[in-house]
Design a protein around this ligand. Structure first.
Ligand code: GN1
Ligand code: MG
Length: 348
């Protein structure tokens, strides 16, 4: 069914003007449009993927709740624009929401700049600092077991059993690696760690920066905001900041664990180190191995399931993502002692 973004937008409480729409193809889940008024971006319009997010009311409730506290002199939030009925989303041929657009802002898929890594660490620290007062039990668990490796392990073996032969043989090397590393990572289970309200998708391009000032403004894409461990947000940031190659990089020699970027990132994070327990800090190096691994495993599982979950731009993209993510996971594993040492120096 064709969608008329202008018609959808008319249900939201915004000035009645002539708007133009530009598709943004960055996300793998939702459909996103930039809304322009006389060539100037003014809003973000999104159709929420209801296949992935079964409980849209729950995610919007979580977001509204968090936005009440995500505000400080160091944190400029994106706002949810209400509908004319004063609700946070509009239901018509899917679930739609509108977000404010912050002028002069930009996102980066990768970086080679220490200042960007530092700012990313700082804003993730600020985000968690502002949310420490929140009671995590007031937040809905909108995708249960999202970063639960036991659950992802089961999905992987189930997919492997049912997959087409040609897909299994194309993915052989990745499957072997997954089977080799899974037992160790399944043991990495910090039940004694505090459960926090986490972002759960802190990749670099979910951080909004000021274009002119190289300053991080806030985290965007709050759909997966729900309970979690701090190392989820740490590891997801590390896999996209410390690695200077994109998530689907085919040339594995370009996948790097850049030590300088790591140091800059934790320098930024350390401004809020007081919110973290010693056990949480100790969990971080393995978190940096765990997060790329679990994402690689999910990409591999989706490849085996004929790309049912993620949007793919070309046939083997899920497999490329998997190889690249697993490769970074290996490189992070080689750097565990380095990370331990650096965290010991900067976060104690
Ligand atoms: C998905 O659509 P996007 O890019 O916000 C995924 C994340 C992955 C990411 C890979 C709900 O997020 O977990 O990190 O792709 N989100 C969901 O870049 O599955
Ligand atoms: Mg996301």
């Amino acid at each position: 069914m064709s969608i008329e973004p202008a018609k959808i937008l008319s249900h939201f409480a915004i000035p009645k003007e002539k708007y133009a729409f530009k598709t943004i193809n960055n996300g793998l889940i939702n459909d996103t449009y930039l809304v322009l008024n006389t060539n100037k971006p003014v809003y973000i319009l999104q159709r929420i993927n209801n296949n992935v997010f079964k409980n849209v009311a729950g995610i919007m409730q979580n977001i509204d709740k968090a936005l009440n506290v995500l505000n400080s002199k160091n944190y400029t939030s994106v706002a949810v624009v209400k509908t004319k009925k004063n609700t946070s989303y509009h239901k018509e041929n899917g679930f739609w929401r509108v977000l404010s657009y912050i002028d002069d802002s930009v996102t980066y898929n990768t970086t080679t700049k220490n200042s960007i890594a530092f700012e990313a660490g700082k804003i993730i620290g600020e985000f968690h600092y502002l949310l420490t007062t929140e009671d995590v039990t007031n937040y809905q668990d909108t995708i249960p077991d999202f970063h639960n490796l036991i659950h992802r392990n089961n999905q992987f073996f189930d997919a492997l059993e049912k997959a087409k032969k040609d897909r299994v043989s194309a993915a052989k090397e990745a499957i072997d690696f997954a089977e080799e590393l899974l037992p160790d990572l399944l043991d990495f289970c910090f039940t004694e760690l505090p459960i926090r309200v986490c972002h759960n998708d802190t990749k670099l391009n979910n951080i909004l920066f000021s274009k002119s000032a190289d300053k991080a403004l806030c985290l965007i894409d709050l759909d997966t905001l729900m309970k979690g461990y701090f190392y989820y947000d740490f590891g997801d940031a590390v896999r996209t900041i410390v690695n200077t190659a994109p998530e689907d990089e085919k040339d594995l020699s370009k996948i790097t664990f850049n030590k300088e970027l790591f140091i800059s990132f934790i320098d930024g994070l350390s401004l809020h180190k007081s919110i973290l327990t010693k056990e949480e800090i100790d969990s971080l190096p393995l978190g940096a191995v765990f997060m790329p691994f679990i994402h690689g495993l999910r990409a591999l599982t989706d490849f085996l399931q004929n790309d049912a979950y993620y949007k793919v731009a070309y046939p083997n993209q899920n497999l490329d993502r998997c190889f690249s993510l697993f490769d970074f996971s290996k490189k992070a594993l080689d750097n565990v002692s380095f990370m331990q040492q650096a965290l010991h120096e900067k976060m104690n």
